[in-house]
Design a protein around this ligand. Structure first.
Ligand code: ADP
Ligand code: MG
Length: 473
């Protein structure tokens, strides 16, 4: 197949895939991919980085094969080939942003659009918080399920819905996601999202301007009332009283109430009658996510930011950040910033530095930082040669041989560099390994790669990918 036929076919396949995936996932995982060839019944799909290979095999292979078969029923199988050149020559690939421009999202009604007259304000919901991008784990499953049920049937069985848990564990995310989802389904619904502090300010203002009666009336027209962080009502009796009446009126009108707090209802310093109202409904907690959930959240966030980060680095963050999700996200964001500003790919070491700067994890010690997990077999020079040979599609014979064409020379220098820098093999020994070359040749080769790394982010990325693959970082 000619390369333009490959291109067209891949574009057609992508058009079939795209509607089946979340946009961020589509852009993240299909960026810089291409059909490399089609021979007999085998379609060879090229991926730019080995880090995306597993994901394709696990999630997308079936989907892609099916789409390919629909277009050409002679295709029987699909194989992947990691080809770093795709990353450097994106013109060979379908430009996703050009061919799949972002559809303007329907603007969610904001506080003007829900036409709440003066006296009530709803904070604008953050569209970033959705039910879909909330990662469900063992410790938040119930809360998520209850929220989904509320989206299905507001004012139904789970009313009021009370979500509690410590800071940064996803309460606001869930509450706003419910609001967003209800508005998606019923754009005309009046959804008010407020915090107990905002509610308090409104009550105080209404009292001052003697408009309490109006405010009360308006609140009673609300379909869904979401009050975040209700613990701040403590010791504000007048507000509690107003809220109690609003609560009752809405509840009796089968309107949905959703409340969050940092502790369970019976530990809140609120009037008993209010607490017993909360206890009538559904109560669910969110607590600290376990390791698997932390890792899944990191993967989700990295993919939302379209940020490639090694699994081993994500695992490191997930292992060492145990408390709250906001902290996890903060570390990831720092890593993204470091990459965007300085083109520094995150490594376990750089993440450990970020963490100690943020004072997040005093337990990270030099030993864990410097080396991979000890149970891993350390890579040998043979492994390095194999990995380099595979990555650049150059045979090991060529790596050792005497050819000086760029396609061979650069990978040879790369293998030498990794051997020296990461395996600490001596220049002399490396010279012997690579076809009995002089040690000065090896020194020059290492110097070349080091220089290129400073100038050329592709080389840096290749070093990163290869050493990560070899478990050397
Ligand atoms: P809380 O309101 O409980 O203090 P937030 O809802 O503000 O916490 O969550 C803090 C950050 O962590 C947000 O950016 C949120 O998107 C993220 N987050 C928390 N839990 C999850 C989860 N299970 N899946 C995805 N993101 C989460
Ligand atoms: Mg919150």
């Amino acid at each position: 197949m000619t390369s333009s036929a490959c291109f067209d076919m891949w574009l057609d396949i992508l058009k079939r895939i795209e509607p089946q995936l979340q946009r961020t996932a589509f852009i993240t995982w299909f960026r810089n991919t291409a059909i490399l060839s089609k021979e007999e019944g085998t379609l060879v799909v090229g991926l730019p980085l080995s880090t995306v290979l597993d994901r394709h095999i696990e999630r997308y292979q079936g989907m892609v094969l099916e789409a390919a078969k629909e277009m050409d029923n002679s295709i029987a199988q699909l194989v992947y080939k990691v080809d770093g050149r795709l990353q450097d020559h994106p013109e060979a690939c379908v430009n996703l942003l050009e061919h799949f421009p972002e559809q303007k999202k329907r603007k969610l009604p904001n506080k003007q659009e829900v036409r709440l007259a003066e006296g009530i304000t709803s904070k604008i919901l953050n569209p970033r918080y959705t039910m879909e991008n909330f990662v469900v784990g063992t410790r938040n499953r119930l809360a998520h399920a209850a929220c989904s049920a509320v989206v299905e049937q507001p004012g139904g069985k789970y009313n009021p819905l009370f979500i509690y848990g410590g800071v940064g564990l996803g309460k606001t995310h869930l509450l706003q996601a419910v609001g967003n989802a209800i508005l998606q389904k019923s754009p005309r619904a009046t959804v008010v999202y407020t915090t107990s502090e905002d509610f308090t300010n409104q009550v105080v203002e209404a009292i001052r301007t003697q408009k309490m009666e109006q405010v009360r009336k308006r609140y009673r027209q609300v379909d869904v009332l979401i009050v975040d962080d209700i613990q701040f009502f403590a010791s504000k009796e007048r507000c509690q009283e107003e809220f109690f009446h609003t609560f009752n009126a809405l509840y009796e009108g089968s309107k949905q109430l959703i409340i969050s707090s940092d502790r369970p209802p019976d530990e809140l310093h609120l009037e008993d009658r209010l607490i017993s109202r909360f206890e009538r409904g559904m109560i669910a907690d969110v607590s600290e996510p376990d390791y698997e959930t932390r890792l899944a959240i990191l993967q989700e966030k990295a993919s939302e930011y379209e940020f490639f980060i090694d699994l081993s680095v994500l695992q490191f963050i997930a292992e060492h950040t145990t408390k709250n999700v906001r902290e996890l996200e903060g570390i990831l964001m720092q890593a993204v910033a470091q990459y965007e500003l300085e083109r520094r790919m995150p490594t376990i070491k750089s993440i450990a530095e970020i963490m100690s700067k943020l004072n997040k994890d005093p337990h990270v010690d030099e030993e864990t930082v410097g080396f991979e997990k000890p149970e891993k077999r350390k890579a040998t020079m043979q492994d390095v040669m194999e990995a380099v040979s595979k990555y650049y599609s150059v045979s090991i014979d060529d790596l050792i041989g005497s050819s000086r064409v760029h396609e061979v020379l650069m990978p040879r220098q790369m293998a030498m560099y990794i051997g020296k820098r990461f395996l600490n093999v001596s220049f002399v020994r490396l010279g012997e390994t690579f076809g009995n070359r002089d040690h000065t040749t090896v020194m020059n080769a290492c110097g070349k790669i080091e220089k290129s790394m400073n100038k050329n982010s592709n080389i840096l990325r290749e070093v990163h990918t290869l050493t990560a693959e070899l478990g050397l970082r």
